[in-house]
Design a protein around this ligand. Structure first.
Ligand code: 6R9
Length: 665
């Protein structure tokens, strides 16, 4: 793994974080907020006194167990943890049935808002029926406990029903983001050996139907897979190709199924889901999570970090279910806590740029959880747009996915939060399963741009190259020093890769891949990735994965990809390519070459991976051992003077690149 800590820490502006270290604005919680807050400062001392006992208490308080656990943490097989391992439970029972049993069946679980303005209101009693029907249908389609189900759906209620139906029968789900390509879907289906794919004809995106089923057909046509059936939700009504015997309509098998179903009891360590994320190599990693520990930390963090009051709050997390945030903070955390939430299918600017704020006013949303890239986009559109809507219901604001620059933080607080709602900047990862570092809204004096403190029960530190904790005021690598309940249990089918990726850099410490700094108070500031992973609009993309997509095009001989700072998306993909002499580029203009290659990446991986720029060069800067020096290319992409190039095999390469780029095309 190549580390760019030096570049990252010595230049805190690299992640768009301006003036981090001179940031001295402070926002203590208001007395009113403190008086009603779920979490109080004594949570920290309680957790510190006996961390496993603290988590055991949370697990007993927040989760219903069909067989109570006696064991708490088993770390004897480190780095694979087992939490509450002799306990048994069902995740869907916890998210749905128990609320109905406690007489809360009439509470709204989901306010669904379709992009075109269609709505559905789903109570917990409705959810119990829908999930039961889907569970019965999945069983009838041959899905058993332990089988994997791939889910490729837009953000519609059926996506939530399907995830919970899988959990109900103990079949781990693997949600693949609807914006990913057929190729990406194919490799994920193969890796997880899924037997069922659940999809839709399409979803609505920017005012138009956007097809999904053709990508499933294409993925399954790429070669033999273990898939037996494709279950298709009718959402847009667009035409679909049909494979008899394999494809089945949701309306034919789920709608008529019985709405009575007994949840399958599973062990606490039974896999709940697999979710693929980009790593430093081309092959995405299937991060897998188990049931008891994951649900415990999902519920605990959702309750305390957002100060959730399930009876009165209306919560909205804008993430898609294709990302971990959608798993933990749309599906499992809120539903296990019995919350009422909004889910919205579409984009923030359809049919107008005030759509989000209109939704908040319409449903009286009290807690909003979104990403810095969305906040920066809204800043760009202008504050008069949110200004037209009544946002006074908002009382807690959350941020996730990438570092939030202080300017965006201040705008979020003032324009969206009316200068009163506390902001929680939450650091975590697909791998951590749930929030790890964040202020507590009724406790922490917040600082614009900093995630600040590990939550009670979580142990994190910033260390130097030799794994020594750095002093306050210094930078280093973020590590997690104690096991936590929602931690990943591994990479699906590849235990060695799990150990290599996270546990080999610093002995006994989980290395997150992020650079960080401690300020003078010891608070943590995240500085961005230090490995070859980019963060574009809060989505993780691997440089290697995009490079291999580019090289798969017949015109491209070699490619190097970097993440360049971008005002809106945090980082943007910039690609440098060497074309093949014999490639048939022919008469194509540089603009046509760029367009063709950008579209090729979108097709291979998905539109989010589309490079902002593709620059054709004659040479790439390489070390003597042949490693591409992306740091230098990042300097070029960010229009900076090129840094130290002395380790290049051929030091004239950078001049050549610079010359080539300054030559008008
Ligand atoms: C939840 C999620 C994880 C990576 C992580 C880090 C970045 C997430 C952040 C943040 C600074 C925050 N990240 N939250 N950086 N401040 N509040 O985003 O998971 O998609 O796996 O990405 O995102 O770099 O390592 P995932």
């Amino acid at each position: 793994m190549s580390l760019h800590l030096e570049a990252c820490v010595s230049d805190p502006t690299a992640g768009g974080l301006e003036n981090l270290l001179s940031e001295d604005r402070r926002f203590p919680p208001s007395a009113e907020f403190v008086a009603q807050a779920n979490a109080t400062a004594d949570l920290y001392s309680w957790a510190n006194a006996d961390r496993p006992a603290f988590w055991a208490e949370q697990a007993r308080d927040l989760i219903s167990w069909s067989t109570p656990f006696q064991e708490v943490l088993d770390w004897s097989q480190a780095p694979v943890a087992r939490w509450f391992a002799d306990g048994r439970l069902n995740a869907a029972y916890n998210a749905v049935d128990r609320h109905v049993e406690k007489g809360r069946g009439d509470r709204v679980a989901l306010h669904f808002e379709g992009e075109g303005g269609d709505t559905r209101t789903i109570t917990y009693a409705d959810l119990q029926r829908e999930v039961s029907k889907a569970a019965n249908a999945l069983t009838a389609l041959g899905v058993g406990t332990g089988d994997r189900v791939a889910i490729y759906l837009p953000l519609i209620p059926e996506a939530v029903f399907t995830m919970l139906a899988c959990a109900r029968i103990g079949a781990p789900h693997s949600v693949v983001f609807g914006g990913f390509s057929a190729e990406a879907l194919h490799s994920r289906i193969l890796d997880a050996e899924a037997t069922l794919v659940v999809t839709a004809d399409g979803g609505f995106r920017r005012g138009a139907p956007s097809a999904l089923k053709p990508a499933v057909d294409e993925a399954l046509a790429k070669g033999p897979t273990s898939v037996e059936h494709v279950l298709v939700v009718k959402r847009t009504g667009q035409d679909v190709e049909w494979t008899e015997g394999r494809d089945v309509w949701w309306s034919d098998v789920v709608d008529p199924a019985s709405d009575q179903h007994t949840p399958v009891e599973v062990d606490a360590e039974h896999p709940l889901f697999i979710l693929y994320t980009s790593g430093t190599t081309g092959k995405p990693k299937g991060i897998f999570h188990t049931t008891g520990g994951y649900l415990t930390q999902a519920a605990y963090t959702h309750l305390n970090v957002f100060d959730l009051k399930p009876e009165t709050d209306v919560y909205w997390c804008t993430a898609d279910i294709g990302w971990i945030t959608g798993h933990t903070y749309v599906v499992y955390g809120p539903l296990v806590n019995g919350a009422t939430q909004v889910i919205y299918e579409g984009t923030p600017d359809t049919p107008h740029r005030g759509r989000w704020w209109e939704i908040i006013a319409k449903y009286g949303v009290t807690i909003l959880y979104t990403a810095p890239t969305a906040i920066r986009t809204c800043m760009k559109w202008g504050e008069e747009i949110p200004g037209q809507f009544d946002l006074s219901s908002l009382r807690v604001l959350g941020s996730v996915g990438e570092p939030i620059n202080p300017e965006a933080w201040m705008w979020y607080r003032r324009v969206i939060g009316g200068d009163k709602a506390p902001i929680v900047d939450t650091w975590w990862q697909t791998e951590t399963g749930a929030i790890m570092i964040s202020p507590l809204p009724g406790v922490t004096e917040t600082k614009p741009g900093s995630a600040q403190v590990p939550l009670p029960g979580i142990a994190a530190d910033v260390v130097d190259d030799d794994a020594h904790p750095v002093p306050n005021g210094a930078g280093g690598y973020l590590v997690l020093t104690e096991p936590w309940p929602a931690m990943l249990r591994g990479i699906w089918g590849d235990e060695e890769r799990y150990k290599d990726t996270y546990w080999s850099r610093f002995r006994g410490l989980y290395f997150a891949g992020d650079g960080a700094k401690k300020d003078d108070d010891g608070d943590i500031w995240l500085l961005g990735r230090v490995d070859d992973v980019m963060n574009v609009s809060g989505h993780r993309l691997s440089t290697t994965e995009i490079e291999s997509a580019l090289v798969s095009h017949p015109w491209v001989a070699e490619a190097a990809v970097v993440g360049a700072t971008d005002d809106t998306t945090g980082q943007a993909v910039v690609a440098f390519v060497i074309l093949r002499g014999d490639a048939g580029v022919g008469e194509s203009s540089p603009d046509e070459v760029q367009l063709e290659l950008r579209n090729h990446v979108a097709k291979e991986i998905g539109p989010i991976a589309k490079p902002r720029q593709v620059l054709v060069v004659q040479e790439l800067p390489k070390t003597r051992s042949g490693k591409i020096m992306r740091r230098l290319l990042r300097d070029v992409a960010e229009h900076r003077a090129v840094g130290d190039a002395t380790t290049l095999a051929d030091s004239s390469v950078m001049d050549l690149i610079a010359q080539g780029l300054s030559t008008p095309s």
